[in-house]
Design a protein around this ligand. Structure first.
Ligand code: ATP
Ligand code: MG
Length: 401
């Protein structure tokens, strides 16, 4: 597990040691390596001060990502390595940001500021594993446990409350009893945390392997974070959540499916989600039952005139999950229909604005209406999507306008 680290990682650790400093892998990557899961990134911690790290890696691209907090990013063979000086976080008077960062002299001090025991381990080729809080044991047991006294750690930084639930969900772990109790008791402290940070953790939580268990056990936390959610139907929605893939748009659509789509949109905007994601989730919510009443091809074409065809599979999955009905036959029909490249937008019509202007239809609102009318006629099967048929339809429409 420690033998097949990427070359830039071992090189950087060696360089720190050769420079007379200590250098460790730390946090998530150590946890993941011990679990036998490839880490998403490799964070390091060192006794070298940020300026010393920069001097040591002067031949590489170095970015001062968080120099105030002791972090620089070294790009080695294209791989970003975050290297942070050993530090303690001092006191927290606002429940979110340390008042000041103090550099520490030992790895143990650095590990003691970290949130959970499984995240508070370090490893170096020279020292091996440093695990002062029993992280390895908790990893074996599948437990998320605060480093130190949970209520103090959550008072210091309320984001940890949600991170605890997030790690339990993502890793499929249980929460140690005191940590669990403190999450319930201190959830309202999350009011101090910025919405962006909450959203990042919440999305990871929703997409974790243990999401349903965590959302069930911490419904009070979710009700606090998302007061817009109707809680009477919460458990039914969680059952549906278990049966959809762990994708952000689908999971959000299930969780918010009892809200009108515009209310869901408002909530997602409050959470500062990306616009594209909001559009996908609200479209899924709006059409969550439409497929149940689609009996013929024009019905389906009408749906896909306003609903993005690339989300068809997700809509089928959502419909299945929320209504408990098999969509197998419908899936075959939808796939067949979309594979035949049907005309679903005015851009796909056999004629465009130029031809309509030649018929005397003025550009602007009336042109838009004409194109929409032609598209609806095609998808409803009133006429074909051919030049002749569309010109004839446009002429007769224009003559009665
Ligand atoms: P992931 O794989 O999801 O990135 P991670 O463990 O790397 O998980 P990060 O949010 O990237 O999580 O944080 C890196 C490390 O920094 C953590 O493992 C933990 O040791 C420490 N850490 C991060 N946020 C906090 C916090 N709010 N309080 C204390 N320690 C924290
Ligand atoms: Mg990380």
């Amino acid at each position: 597990m420690w033998t097949d680290l990427p070359a830039p990682v071992t090189e950087a650790l060696e360089r720190l040691e050769n420079g007379g400093y200590q250098g460790f892998l730390v946090g998530g990557c150590v946890r993941d390596l011990l679990r036998g899961v490839p880490p998403t990134d490799y964070d390091m911690t060192t006794s070298a001060k940020p300026r010393e790290v920069m001097a040591l890696f002067a031949d590489k691209t170095v970015v001062e990502t968080g120099i105030k907090h002791g972090t620089v990013t070294v790009f080695s063979h294209g791989m970003p390595l975050e290297i942070t000086t050993f530090r303690t976080d001092g006191s927290y008077s606002d429940g979110r940001h340390p008042d000041g960062v103090t550099f520490a002299s030992t790895i143990e001090e650095d590990l003691s500021r970290r949130d959970f025991t499984v995240n508070a381990m370090a490893w170096s080729p020279k020292t091996g594993l440093v695990d002062p809080f029993g992280g390895r044991e908790d990893l074996k047991k599948g437990l998320i446990r605060c480093v130190g006294e949970p209520s103090c750690r959550f008072d210091e930084d309320a984001l940890r409350i949600l991170r605890g639930a997030r790690f339990a969900s993502v890793l499929g772990f249980a929460l140690e009893e005191n940590t669990q109790r403190a999450i319930h008791a201190q959830a309202p402290l999350l009011a101090k945390v910025s919405i962006e940070r909450i959203t990042t953790e919440l999305v990871k939580l929703l997409c974790g392997t243990g999401a349903v268990e965590v959302l069930t056990a911490f419904r009070d936390l979710i009700a606090f974070l998302l007061p817009e959610l109707p809680m009477e139907t919460y458990d039914t929605r969680l059952q549906a959540l278990a049966s959809v893939p762990r994708k952000t748009d689908l999971r959000l659509a299930v969780l918010l499916s009892d809200l009108p789509s515009y209310e869901a949109g408002k909530l997602l905007r409050r959470l500062r989600m990306e616009n594209k994601l909001i559009l996908r989730v609200t479209a899924l919510i709006r059409e969550q039952s439409t497929l149940l009443t689609c009996t013929d091809t024009p019905d389906l074409l009408r749906l896909f005139r306003s609903f993005p065809p690339e989300l068809a599979e997700e809509l089928l999955i959502l419909t299945e999950a929320l209504h408990g009905t098999s969509m197998a036959q419908m899936r075959t029909r939808v796939e067949g229909l979309l594979a035949s490249s049907p005309c679903l937008s005015v851009a796909q019509l056999a004629i465009g604005g130029k031809e309509l202007m030649e018929l005397g239809i003025p550009a602007g609102e009336q042109m838009g209406e004409a194109l929409q009318m032609l598209l609806e006629g095609v998808t409803d099967g009133k006429w074909e999507n051919s030049r002749e048929a569309l010109l004839a339809a446009a002429k007769s429409w224009h003559s009665v306008c």
